[in-house]
Ligand binder design. Structure first.
Ligand code: ZN
Length: 58
């Protein structure tokens, strides 16, 4: 499993999901971005856990 994608977080990711936001350089439109999240960050508001897929899919 890879590292949590949340900024400044160095924990190991335990799940995958999506956050709504815009990536730098990808325009102004908000979109869902695929991210890895640790136990702490998966509970954060704005994170949508992807329960439909196995955790090791990329
Ligand atoms: Zn984290």
């Amino acid at each position: 499993m890879s590292q949590c994608d949340y900024k400044g977080c160095t924990s190991e990711a335990t799940t995958k999901g999506y956050v709504l936001g815009h990536k730098r350089g990808s325009g102004d439109k908000d979109n869902f971005h695929h991210v890895n999240a640790c136990d702490k960050h998966k509970q954060k508001e704005g994170f949508f856990e992807d329960r439909e897929r196995p955790a090791n899919i990329n």
